[in-house]
Ligand binder design. Structure first.
Ligand code: ATP
Ligand code: MG
Ligand code: MG
Ligand code: MG
Length: 573
């Protein structure tokens, strides 16, 4: 029997106890310092200790500690359900040294834990690592002491092998340093790329990053007057490591992704049971999003965060609403997702007792949010369908003349005329999409009235033509958001289902305009928003630092969060 996730967590903590580490409880998902809203890494509660503060915890002095830290990375949300490696909530296993052991031990112990037969027993030949470009010391330990072939090592610049990524140039200020990361080759079934390719692509489903060994030895300061990074030496050299518990569990349990492991499988199964939709095919994304997001939201709510229209509560709401929307796609029309909280508690309540203690509070908050957002969704989807159909009509893709057979309208049946259907099929490329577009068009044209039955002509289309034209204008997408609280990523997803897209530039423009208006009426300047004042972060949603992962193409998330104030002003959602 493969190890369970709980067993792996326990083994990790125990392993580092045998190496003289003090085991500490996870910090809350609410960040301990104001650089982020949520805790994004195991090191975050220990920043002061890296900077020289005495390493004393609950009265116990120890320069070595180990934790399982629950982390929330908002920047990874949109990857959830789509990539195999990202969760919005995950457990980062960590071992930390405050001016005690350094690179050599960190590297050798990580290797021992992953490959030691009595620990994780992972295959040594499938291990690959990356190092910071000129880190000869790390290179030496990996090649000479561990015995890793040089062909299994890549050297990267600060964008990959410095933590936080690109910190020298971009910050945030505080402890940072070069890092060395460990990857596991999941094999050809996951991708046909090679480790050499990874140097170029930096993206692989096959080579899975499992552990980051960070060597914090600098205190990053503001850029110097010459615009160059200023890295001050910390009082001593530290170790900060982060091993992704769920990723290692996937490897050890030999399952293709998180959703087949012992933590998620029961939740996925329950989603299938509640919805009556088996976990397979296209809709399986929705099962995954629901399972993952409900786990996250449960943990965050259990940590005392409440849904709101600003700051942390807004981000939490955004995660919950993405889950609710996917639940809607699975057919849930009444609050249902709160029933999954119980399974999250069963799976993680042992390690995180706060979940158990707050179960009923969490369920209640989620149920209320579901009721609220399902109503909003109905309104938004209605509008979106109408808008979409109107646009299709305007462009002559559909016409009311050939859309319906007039006689049949009277006879409570609407048929989609052959000609229009063929044209739409060509543009939209998929029968289901055509049927929905036709339905929308019929409604918006006022042809489908209460009590009428909609029966689209079915026929399969061999054509699969991309329809790249923007069908939903930026202004419409923004209005949906602004007045209905209908997030643009959901609009985007729905548009995508129809095979059409949102005018992103137009949306950005509308958003920018609204933000300017909001900013003009705000008492905080822009710099203060990034300045780290917790009160400002909490009270003012015009901008929110979404975590160190913001470089991963998540500008949109930042923008979205930014519009929170407008949402609250209008009292939507
Ligand atoms: P990736 O490149 O895959 O996004 P990362 O480099 O951003 O990961 P780190 O900041 O180095 O991740 O975090 C340390 C470890 O935490 C990673 O090696 C990985 O095992 C795990 N981890 C990071 N992000 C996630 C996530 N979104 N879901 C699950 N595990 C994660
Ligand atoms: Mg990485
Ligand atoms: Mg990393
Ligand atoms: Mg990342």
């Amino acid at each position: 029997r493969p190890l369970t996730t709980a067993e792996i967590r326990e083994r990790y903590l125990h392993f580092f106890e045998t190496k003289g580490h003090l085991r500490l409880a996870s910090h809350s998902t609410v960040a301990p310092d104001p650089t982020t809203l949520f805790t994004v890494a195991g090191m975050q509660p220990f920043k002061e200790n890296f900077m020289g503060a005495p390493a004393v915890f609950d009265g116990q002095a120890s320069k070595r500690v180990t934790t399982a830290q629950k982390c929330v990375r908002v920047g990874d949300i949109e990857n959830v359900g789509r990539t195999r490696r990202h969760l919005s909530l995950f457990e980062m296993m960590g071992n930390f040294s405050f001016g005690d052991y350094f690179k050599r031990d960190a590297i050798l112990w990580a290797w021992e834990f992953l490959t030691g037969p009595e620990w994780m027993g992972m295959d040594k030949d499938k291990m690959y690592v990356t190092i910071y470009k000129d880190d000869e010391e790390a290179f030496g330990y990996w090649t000479q002491e561990v015995g890793l072939p040089a062909s299994h090592i890549h050297r990267f610049d600060a964008d990959e092998n410095f933590w936080p990524a690109n910190a020298p140039l971009e910050g945030p200020n505080g402890p940072c340093g070069p890092c060395s990361e460990i990857y596991y080759d999941r094999g050809e079934n996951y991708g046909d790329d090679t480790w050499a390719d990874y140097y170029q692509t930096r993206e692989s489903a096959r080579f899975l990053e499992v552990w980051n060994l960070v060597f914090p030895q600098y205190d990053r300061q503001d850029l110097g007057a010459d615009g160059n990074p200023v890295l001050k030496d910390l009082p001593f050299k530290n170790i900060d490591t982060g091993m992704g518990l769920e990723r290692v569990a996937s490897v050890v349990q030999d399952v293709p992704d998180f959703y087949s492991n012992d933590v998620f499988k029961p939740i996925i199964d329950r989603v299938a049971e509640l919805s009556g939709k088996p976990y397979e095919g296209e809709t399986s994304v929705s099962h995954r999003v629901v399972a993952e997001h409900i786990r996250s939201v449960s943990m965050i709510l259990a940590d005392g965060v409440a849904f709101s229209n600003t700051g942390r509560g807004y981000t939490t709401r955004k995660i919950a609403r993405r889950a609710i929307r996917h639940g809607y796609m699975l057919g849930f029309r009444e609050p249902t997702l709160y029933k999954l909280v119980e399974l999250v508690v069963q799976g993680m309540g042992e390690a995180y007792p706060e979940l158990k203690q707050n179960q009923s509070k969490v369920e209640k908050a989620l149920q209320d949010e579901e009721a609220r957002f399902l109503r909003t969704l109905e309104g938004g989807i209605e509008r979106l369908n109408t808008g979409l159909a109107t646009e299709l009509l305007k462009r002559g893709i559909l016409t009311t003349n050939n859309l319906v057979d007039e006689d049949e309208v009277q006879g409570r049946r609407i048929y989609f005329a052959e000609q229009a259907y063929a044209k739409a099929a060509e543009m939209l490329g998929d029968e289901a999409k055509v049927a929905r577009a036709a339905y929308s068009a019929a409604r918006s044209a006022g042809l489908l009235q209460e009590g009428m039955e909609f029966v689209p002509v079915t026929r399969s289309s061999e054509k699969d033509v991309d329809f790249d034209a923007h069908v939903i204008s930026g202004a419409d997408a923004f209005e949906l958001y602004d007045t209905y609280g209908f997030p643009v990523d959901l609009t985007r997803e729905i548009a995508d289902e129809y095979g059409v897209s949102v005018d992103e530039a137009g949306y950005a423009e509308s958003l920018e305009h609204a933000q300017e208006v909001a900013r003009a009426g705000s008492k905080y300047g822009k710099s203060e928003l990034f300045g780290g004042n917790q009160e400002a972060l909490e009270g003012l949603p015009a901008t929110e630092f979404i975590g160190y992962d913001h470089l991963e193409g998540e500008g949109q998330v930042l923008a979205l969060v930014g519009a929170g104030e407008r949402l609250s002003t209008l009292g939507a959602g």
